[in-house]
Design a protein around this ligand. Structure first.
Ligand SMILES: Cc1cc2nc3c(=O)[nH]c(=O)nc-3n(C[C@H](O)[C@H](O)[C@H](O)COP(=O)(O)OP(=O)(O)OC[C@H]3O[C@@H](n4cnc5c(N)ncnc54)[C@H](O)[C@@H]3O)c2cc1C
Length: 459
């Protein structure tokens, strides 16, 4: 299909913006990609490359029968630059797709700079319409992310929605591997059995706690000094990403059934600890570990004091500590059409976390989705309805129908249910697994058919 001459302004070269710019440019559309971080870094940003992974280096599961595995399948079919580059810079992390974050971001940046259909501007956009006018762009994608800079947020508050559209998320600490006493820690993956004579070591280093150590630790978390929210904002966390100190406040066993879960982490002598902190490699060298699920509101001083009470952490040095952060997002159901265009300004599309999805892969997939819908517009074709049995379709359906806007990551609960046969239902042990496998199989078949019918000429 030949794409008529068209220009699109993409605001934000994060995950969604990079996907959208790359997809459009690869289909002959001229893209003006604007990114502000080289002239004004936003909170949590650490380097000046595009597609920065601001917290964990993991793009979650590659397992085909998981929600994230499914999303990856669909994104690859749409030519995802994020996944292609992630696989080029993968580091071991069990069944998760983790990357060397610096190499990954640098490579995405280089690919975008090398694309002759993309013109890059290092500027902060405060008025998208005025910016689009300067470069004569017919369409705009706002992919400015959860940390959308203030002038643009002000514009959106004035022209898109009068209501506030932000809440808070939390970030996990990273510890220097050399500062840990590994003698009391042990490598083991919860879901992967390694042969005894295997030279491969597990991807997770575990910190075992007995009952007394765990209860003391929880008590310290509850008592610790926290960073208070700013006066004009109130904390409203994403349930799947709760700060560990908030879990501790909810009940003394809450963390033990969540990020400190010991299941599958028996030690060499066969004993299962009362609770475990899991550490995941941050890079290929393995010289830094992310404390999995340990996002926290604690002050930095309190984090150092309390985390050093963990076994093996007596002399721990932290590369960065945990923190809370803003997360801007729109009430898409109210403000957007299902192709992610604005009801108020039909030529402005939104993509990424700002649409009300949560997570790296989810945000990236929304960039691909918005770009596909713009290609449809440019080619004078109607908006496409992705089947809700697919990962992308289910995410869109979620943000367009959820009664109260609460961001969600991809999971099979968003897809229509699978009906099991009587025999499958009877098999209590395996029925959950079977359901996931069937949902995944159905999704792939529907996605392939959807592409074949609607987008065959493009992908
Ligand atoms: C602190 C933090 C930690 C997170 N941790 C994780 C995690 O561990 N795992 C996970 O799956 N998800 C995490 N998320 C959620 C989310 O998946 C990521 O933020 C993801 O990067 C969102 O992708 P995006 O493309 O929507 O936005 P981003 O990737 O943030 O991209 C937006 C880009 O727009 C630019 N921009 C903003 N305003 C302007 C402007 N006015 N003009 C020009 N450019 C602008 C920004 O500089 C940025 O580069 C986290 C979010 C935050 C804020």
């Amino acid at each position: 299909m030949t794409t008529p001459q068209a220009k699109v302004l993409v605001i934000g070269a994060g995950l969604a913006g990079s996907e959208a710019a790359n997809l459009l440019a690869n289909h002959g559309v001229k893209v003006h990609l604007v990114e502000c971080k080289r002239i004004k870094a936003l909170p949590s940003q650490k380097d000046n490359q595009f597609a920065e992974l601001v917290c964990t280096n993991s793009l979650k599961s590659k397992n085909p029968d998981s929600g994230h595995g499914l999303l990856k399948y669909e994104m690859e079919k749409l030519g995802s630059i994020i996944l292609e580059t992630a696989y080029e810079h993968e580091v071991p992390a069990g069944d998760a797709l983790a990357v060397d974050r610096e190499k990954f971001s640098s490579a995405v940046t280089e690919k975008l700079f090398d694309n002759s259909n993309i013109e890059i501007h290092h500027e902060e956009v405060s008025n998208p319409l005025a910016f689009a006018d300067i470069y004569n762009c017919q369409y705009i994608i706002i992919a400015s992310g959860p940390l959308t800079s203030e002038p643009l947020q002000n514009w959106m508050t004035e022209y898109i929605s009068k209501e506030d559209f932000y809440f808070y998320d939390a970030i996990a600490p990273v510890v220097d591997a050399d500062s840990l006493n590994e003698e009391v820690l042990y490598f083991k993956d919860r879901h992967k059995e390694l042969k005894e004579d295997s030279s491969i070591i597990a991807d997770y280093l575990n910190v075992p706690l007995n009952k007394e150590q765990y209860l003391n630790f929880i008590e310290e978390l509850v008592k610790a000094e926290k960073v208070p929210p700013k006066s004009f904002e109130k904390y409203q966390f994403f349930e799947a990403c709760l700060p560990v100190d908030l879990m501790a406040e909810r009940g003394r066993d809450t963390a033990r059934f969540s990020c400190m879960k010991p299941i599958g982490l028996e030690q060499e002598d066969g004993k299962i600890p009362w609770a475990c902190v899991q550490l995941r490699r941050e890079n290929l060298l393995g010289d830094a570990y992310n404390m999995v699920g340990f996002q926290t509101r604690l002050t930095h001083k309190e984090q150092v004091r309390i985390f050093r009470t963990l076994p093996g952490f007596e002399k721990a040095e932290f590369i960065h500590l945990g923190s809370v952060h803003r997360n801007s997002f729109l009430n898409s159901k109210k403000l957007l059409n299902s192709d992610l265009s604005s009801k108020e300004f039909p030529n402005i599309f939104f993509a990424g976390q700002i649409t009300g999805v949560e997570g790296y892969t989810e945000s990236s997939s929304m960039g691909l989705y918005a770009a596909v819908q713009i290609l449809q517009k440019i080619n004078k074709k109607p908006a496409l309805q992705f089947p809700i049995t697919t990962g992308i379709g289910a995410l869109i359906n979620f943000i367009m129908t959820v009664p109260k806007p609460v961001p969600s990551s991809i999971n099979f609960g968003l897809l229509p249910p699978i009906l099991l046969t009587k025999d499958q239902r009877k098999d209590r042990k395996n029925r959950k697994k079977v359901k996931k496998a069937l949902a995944s199989e159905r999704a792939r078949a529907h996605f392939d058919e959807f592409i074949e019918v609607n987008l065959k000429e493009l992908f």
